[in-house]
Design a binder for this molecule. Structure first.
Ligand code: ATP
Ligand code: MG
Length: 147
């Protein structure tokens, strides 16, 4: 059982509320007085993951679980899924529509950025069923990723 677990709903296509789940998660981390560098990395991952759900996924949620030594950020949705995860992870790969590109999304940098900022990232996805992106962060050592 994690010491603390919070989940926030994410709605597909809801650009009015987009970003709120990751802001709320960030506020929880701030209230716990965690290392600002760790909070920054988790916030980047949360925001990128949340926007992927809004743009490419379906309805879903962002969950934050904190244990004594690690933090788990779980972003799941019940959208179309990712057909080729390896390809989706490549820098610059994007299936964003013209409309989303006009809004500034679609550089194909979100997943690589999340992978760089988390200590560990795992994607599980099934076509037609949805996607789970799970990222873990150590809370016991300094902010920077050890390569
Ligand atoms: N939750 C998801 N559901 C379905 N497909 C996804 C999901 N997340 C990512 N993808 C797929 O992976 C691709 C790469 O995602 P990534 O976040 O790296 O780039 P992007 O969202 O297209 O652009 P950017 O994040 O730079 O604005 C997406 O274009 C989309 O095809
Ligand atoms: Mg993205």
């Amino acid at each position: 059982m994690p010491a603390l677990k919070k989940c926030y709903h994410i709605r597909k296509g809801d650009f009015i509320r987009a970003g709120e789940a990751s802001i709320q998660a960030k506020n929880v981390l701030k209230s716990l007085n965690l290392d600002p560098e760790l909070i920054r990395r988790v916030a980047i991952c949360g925001y990128e993951g949340e926007m992927d759900v809004v743009i490419h996924g379906g309805d879903g949620e962002l969950c934050l679980a904190i244990n004594s030594d690690r933090l788990i950020l779980d972003i799941t949705d019940s959208g179309p899924g990712i057909e080729d995860i390896e390809r989706a992870m490549q820098k610059g790969f994007s299936t964003a529509s013209d409309e989303h590109r006009e809004m500034g999304f679609g550089a194909g940098m979100g997943l690589p950025n999340m992978n760089n900022n988390a200590d560990h990232m795992e994607i599980k996805s099934e076509k037609g069923k949805g996607t789970q992106v799970q990222m873990t962060f150590s809370t016991t050592r300094g902010g920077n990723k050890v390569e």
